[in-house]
Write a protein that binds this ligand. Structure first.
Ligand code: OX2
Length: 837
């Protein structure tokens, strides 16, 4: 089409569309232009926030250019694309990341200084894009960074929530939640696409009819229609022109006036119903690893899936290839079971709208989809009541029943006369009412299923998906160990260490090939290198100490051992065990003489994380931590040998300050419960050691860095069932140290003990589901080893360096490479620069 344009037109585009350069002067020009035009302000009227906005808009201009060139290239080359469907993208801030990935940081930093601002102050103005709960959403964000960096033709699809994850504040030691209205000021990191609008239907009924060729067909008719509007978020790769897209959908009422309602004087009712449409994308559900069966959540899922598939199918149809080519052009990854309805929706599009036969359609569907499982916790398994789906999505419910019928027929044929197996494999749970098991639907509709760390991928085969192995065999199930992007989690979050690594290795290549960190090993005995390594850690600890002072009012000593546990508050993650250990330490310190205390390692124990608003026990854990902190921090008798802080409102930006400053971090889930964990990787990459259980990715980290460089403890996954069983026959914890700590709490040492009774109760009366009593002694013993090791500062430094040096495997680039080669079968497409765009 471009070729058809007159020469003069093309010449104009070339003349005026020439690259805006990336040098300092060009930045300053565009900064001033944005202040005066975009923001309508003057030189006398700019604060740090306006400076942030003007800088962001200047970067946005450059991003859009790359984004356009990327989309043009992908359209022209038209090779296979991957679509990553995730209800959560936990992106955090974008400005610093974009500056670094585009290589603009130095020029812009210098430029902004001359304009009277500092880059640090400007970066601080940005609010996080917090469209996720925790690990699952942040993983999606890391994967987008790797896909962009490795030149893959990839898209993310998600929802543009008006309210992201709630803000956490503390009142009297309790968590209180505040809405995160992150779009209060304009968001320069999204491109509203008011022209990309998709109708999405709900409710209505299904009509059977016979088409011209005499085939029986189904039409979904009536009901309500709303609109999905696209907002595009450009994701720039590091050191490449490739800039991919996350398309987030926002819901709007369809502009249709029900004239009769208005004529009948039902104005308010009619407007109210229109407003309901906007509710769909209003809020991110704040539960991590926990299913809450709200109708609005199901509506979110379908709304998102329907709009995304319409978009994907529309793009495919442009190429005019036959439908059988669909899986050769399109790979769709389901991030957990949240987008499982996409399987049903594609089958509906192919059968009902495109008139393709059921079997042919089903073959296309199953070759297109792949499914990632992130948890084996029973309370996290998604199941939706059949009547709810029947009401909202009547045609989809019929299709699910048919998918199930044909699937069970195949099972019956392969393994005859096994009713028990059929019941176990069925997509429908035969209770009253019936439920749809989303994980079963996702397995049946995908060609590949993966877990997120080696142990987890084994466990899903032995537990929740065991019966599927009987039918499919093992080959459909595989492992893709999670990864993290070293661009954000080292280069951006820890500039001092990044600089040292680059200088030591002689280039920045390690940022695109993390295995190169191995090169640090030969410098481990170099005095100057070690000195700078230690200095980088210390300066990060000073930075964190300042932050703690500001956020909590507590003064901590940067020379103490920083012991960190930051993650969602959940019983399986056992922050409770950590604080019980702190009480044990505190009362041990209190019993010591001043001389004895002088010999112990001083510690700052740092907690952070949100509890789901409805998770009562998790919220009590936060209260206990704060009550213990209050007592410990104000007890002069222990002479600063222990401090406890709970940092409020843990999020991506706070993580960027905490993680580089950690000496030891805790990843202490009950064995077999944490699918992978990803913060464990971030801490070790930054030279922090781990205290952890034999769970999730801790195991593979240990394999890589060696067991001298990690503190592992506790029972193993295969022992958990037996231990739980044994609990039934006892009423109090078996462990005397634990009993002593419980007695301390019950004695009122940390305030009114009645508050904590429900929490203590989870340990007693045959419960203790997460095995705190079984692991407590080995936890305390291992903490002692940590103290001993830390006394040997030289030895500790060696461990710290060795940790980082062996973390190559945990780059999200490695993970994405595996997905691309083994599941999606996609190839990189380097972006071609076009003069006329
Ligand atoms: C989390 C898992 O709990 C965590 O172990 C894992 O590292 C992360 O996903 C990324 O794979 N919701 N969040 C998760 O699982 C679910 C469900």
């Amino acid at each position: 089409e471009i070729a058809k344009l007159p020469k003069e037109t093309l010449a104009l585009w070339e003349k005026y569309g020439a690259d805006e350069s990336d040098d300092k002067e060009s930045f300053q020009k565009s900064f001033i232009r944005h202040v005066t035009t975009t923001l309508a302000r003057s030189i006398y009227n700019i604060d740090n926030f306006s400076a942030y906005q003007a800088t962001a808009h200047s970067v946005r201009d450059r991003l859009i250019k790359r984004w356009n060139e990327t989309q043009q290239t992908h359209t022209e080359v038209d090779s296979k694309r991957v679509y990553y469907l995730s209800l959560e993208f936990l992106l955090g801030r974008s400005l610093d990341n974009a500056l670094l990935n585009l290589g603009l940081k130095d020029n812009y930093g210098g430029g902004i200084k001359e304009l009277g601002f500092t880059m640090e102050d400007v970066l601080e103005q940005e609010v996080d894009a917090a469209l996720g709960n925790g690990g699952l959403g942040r993983l999606a964000a890391c994967y987008m960074d790797s896909l962009a960096t490795m030149d893959y033709p990839a898209w993310g699809y998600g929802l543009r929530y008006t309210y992201g994850i709630f803000q956490q504040r503390l009142k009297d030691g309790y968590q209180i939640e505040f809405p995160d209205y992150w779009l209060n000021f304009d968001n320069p990191w999204e491109l509203p696409r008011l022209d990309v609008v998709v109708d999405v239907q709900f409710c209505g009924s299904v009509n059977r009819y016979t088409d011209e060729e005499g085939h029986e067909r189904y039409a979904w008719e009536g009901g309500d229609t709303l609109q999905a509007i696209a907002y595009d978020v450009p994701i720039p790769g590091y050191g490449t022109k490739n800039c991919i897209n996350i398309r987030l959908w926002s819901s709007k009422p369809k502009r249709q006036f029900d004239l009769t309602r208005f004529n009948e004087g039902q104005y308010e009712q009619a407007v109210y119903e229109q407003m309901q449409a906007e509710n769909i994308t209003a809020v991110l559900y704040p539960n991590d690893n926990h299913m809450v069966g709200k109708e609005l959540r199901l509506k979110q899922q379908y709304f998102w899936v329907a709009a995304s598939l319409f978009d994907i199918v529309r793009r495919f149809k442009k190429s005019e290839k036959p439908w059988s080519n669909f899986p050769l052009q399109v790979a769709i990854q389901l991030n957990d079971t949240h987008p499982t309805l996409a399987i049903v929706e594609l089958q509906r599009i192919l059968v009902d709208l495109e008139g393709i036969g059921w079997d042919e359609a089903w073959a296309i569907v199953t070759q297109t989809f792949a499914f990632t499982n992130h948890t084996i916790l029973p309370e996290a398994m998604e199941r939706w009541p059949v009547p709810m789906i029947q009401y909202l999505l009547p045609r989809h419910m019929q299709i699910i029943f048919d998918i199930n019928l044909f699937f069970l027929q195949k099972v019956e044929k392969a393994i005859p006369n096994n009713r028990d197996l059929l019941a176990k494999l069925s997509i429908i749970e035969e209770s009253t009412p019936q439920f749809v098991r989303m994980a079963h639907l996702a397995i049946v509709g995908s060609h590949r299923v993966n877990g997120v760390a080696a142990l987890h991928s084994e466990l899903i085969k032995q537990t929740i998906f065991k019966d599927f192995i009987q039918f499919y065999g093992e080959s459909k199930f595989e492992n893709k160990t999670n990864g993290i992007t070293p661009r954000r989690w080292l280069h951006q979050a820890n500039p001092k260490l990044s600089e040292l690594i680059t200088e030591t290795l002689g280039s920045k290549n390690w940022l695109k090939n993390l295995d190169l960190l191995k090169g640090l090993k030969s410098h481990v005995n170099n005095k100057d290198f070690r000195k700078r390594w230690v200095a980088a850690k210390l300066s990060n600890k000073v930075r964190l100490a300042d932050y703690i002072q500001k956020a909590t009012g507590v003064t901590v000593n940067s020379n103490a051992l920083f012991d960190v546990q930051v993650k969602r508050i959940h019983e399986y993650k056992r922050q409770f065990m950590n604080i019980l250990g702190v009480i044990h330490r505190y009362n041990t310190l209190k019993k010591m003489t001043s001389e004895e205390r002088a010999c112990v390692v001083h510690r700052v124990v740092i907690f952070g994380g949100k509890a789901a608003p409805g998770y009562y026990i998790a919220k009590l854990v936060i209260k206990l931590i704060n009550s213990v902190a209050e007592v410990v921090n104000n007890d002069n008798s222990i002479e600063d040998s222990l401090k406890v802080v709970f940092i409020p409102d843990y999020n991506v930006s706070v993580a960027e300050i905490i993680i580089p400053a950690s000496d030891i971090s805790q990843h202490i889930s009950t064995a077999g419960t944490e699918a992978s964990g990803t913060s464990n990787m971030k801490f070790v990459l930054n030279g922090g050691l781990i205290l952890g259980t034999v769970d999730g990715a801790n195991i593979e980290i240990c394999e890589e860095i060696g067991d001298d460089n990690i503190f592992m403890f506790g029972n193993l996954a295969h022992q958990v069932d037996d231990l739980r069983h044994a609990h039934r026959y006892r009423s109090v914890p078996v462990d005397p140290s634990l009993q002593a700590v419980i007695n301390d709490i019950e004695s009122g040492q940390f305030g009114d003990s009645r508050i904590f009774a429900p929490l203590i109760n989870t340990l007693t009366h045959g419960k203790d589901y997460y095995l705190i009593s079984d692991d407590f002694q080995s936890y305390l013993d291992t903490q002692k080893l940590v103290d001993e090791s830390y006394k040997d500062q030289e030895g500790w430094t060696t461990k710290s360096i060795m940790c980082s040096a062996h973390m190559g495997k945990f780059s999200s680039d490695r993970a994405i490479q595996e997905y691309a080669d083994q599941i999606w079968e996609i190839k990189p497409v380097p972006v071609m620069t076009k003069k006329h765009i």
